[in-house]
Design a protein around this ligand. Structure first.
Ligand code: SF4
Length: 338
């Protein structure tokens, strides 16, 4: 969980030479080892000191489920027995990893299986990094290529675990870590304004996605309880500011629910909301969660919604989530087996 600077201070404090810092750093963040004893170029005396004074935070893959569409869901178990899920989503040209940042989630969005679990705890920087490292390895082993994209859209709200998420992603994207381009990393939030404002000022430019699902205030407050404190007017201002600071287009995720957010009133509200900043809209097919009452919009209503926005020259994509047969699709992650 240390930064590179903190690791340097720690190794120096152990009375070791400077070149050991680089060696340990490479084993941790380039080679992803889980035990100090695997650091083969270190003397036994240093390994002993490291073992006595520290530990490597890790997440072990304890289960793999394979969808008929090729997606793979992994259960990661932490050292204290907490379970989170990460998903590999292959497509023709790329492999995307969807990662988790909290064990459970206390935002309790009404349509989301993770939200029904409540929050157990935040994942540490080391656990988030390790999850990405292992998914990257699996991508190479299974699909023959490294990850092309990372989306922080799994279990948990990233901006309620801001520093661990950002520190882990900074390590993934720096030269001492995996050297992954920040432009291929997307952080998705339900609209925590404080986090959006922090990200706007962060030196590394990650992509931002908002799980909006409606631009009608009363419905949003019903679907996403935290919207009471992060209302649409403030959210829009924060997104305008984010665009001004970063120059980036913002992705809006919009799950279409039958007779809840798919009528003309909602189309107009969304078009109006998007006027304030350049955006891309992902219309997402809802994946049912057995214990929840929501139903996906019909194909006809989905097409009408899409056409309305396209006719306004908005950038709109229709997304079908993968992995629904193994409960790995958007909104379904809840440590469930088939
Ligand atoms: S959608 Fe995200 S923020 Fe909402 S309950 Fe699910 S995991 Fe938490």
């Amino acid at each position: 969980n240390l930064s590179i600077k903190e690791l340097g201070a720690f190794i120096t404090d152990l009375g070791e030479s400077k070149f050991r810092i680089k060696q340990v750093s490479e084993w941790l963040w380039k080679k992803g080892v889980h035990e100090f004893s695997e650091m083969r170029n270190l003397p036994k005396s240093l390994i002993k000191k490291l073992e006595e004074r520290s530990f490597i935070d890790k997440a072990i893959v304890t289960e793999e489920l394979i969808s008929k569409d090729g997606s793979r869901k992994y259960a990661f178990t932490s050292m204290d027995g907490k379970l989170v899920e990460g998903v590999l989503i292959p497509s023709r040209k790329r492999v995307t990893a969807c990662i988790s940042v909290q064990a459970g989630c206390n935002v309790k969005c009404k349509f989301c299986a993770t939200g029904q679990l409540g929050l157990q705890r935040n994942l540490s920087k080391g656990e988030i990094f390790d999850q990405i490292y292992q998914l990257n390895q699996k991508s190479q082993d299974i699909f023959g290529s490294k990850l092309s994209n990372i989306v922080v859209m799994g279990m948990g709200e990233p901006f309620l675990n801001y520093s661990n998420v950002i520190n882990a992603l900074d390590m993934v994207s720096c030269d001492e870590g995996l050297g992954f381009s920040p432009q291929r990393i997307t952080i998705s939030t339900v609209g925590i304004i404080e986090g959006i404002d922090l990200l706007a000022n962060h030196p590394r430019k990650y992509n931002l996605a908002i799980s909006l699902h409606t631009a009608v205030e009363s419905i949003r407050k019903q679907l996403i309880p935290i919207a009471v404190k992060n209302d649409l007017a403030d959210l829009r201002k924060s997104l305008e500011n984010y665009h001004e600071k970063t120059g980036s287009r913002i992705t809006l995720e919009y799950i279409l629910f039958d007779k809840l957010n798919d009528d003309e009133k909602h189309m107009k509200a969304l078009a109006q909301f998007c006027k304030a900043f350049p955006s891309k809209i992902n219309l997402i097919e809802y994946n049912s969660v057995p214990e929840l009452p929501f139903v996906a919009s019909s194909e006809d209503d989905t097409s009408k919604f899409q056409k309305f926005l396209e006719d306004k020259n908005m950038l709109v994509y229709l997304r079908k989530s993968k992995g629904s047969d193994i409960f790995a699709a958007c909104g379904q992650l809840a440590n469930k087996k088939m």
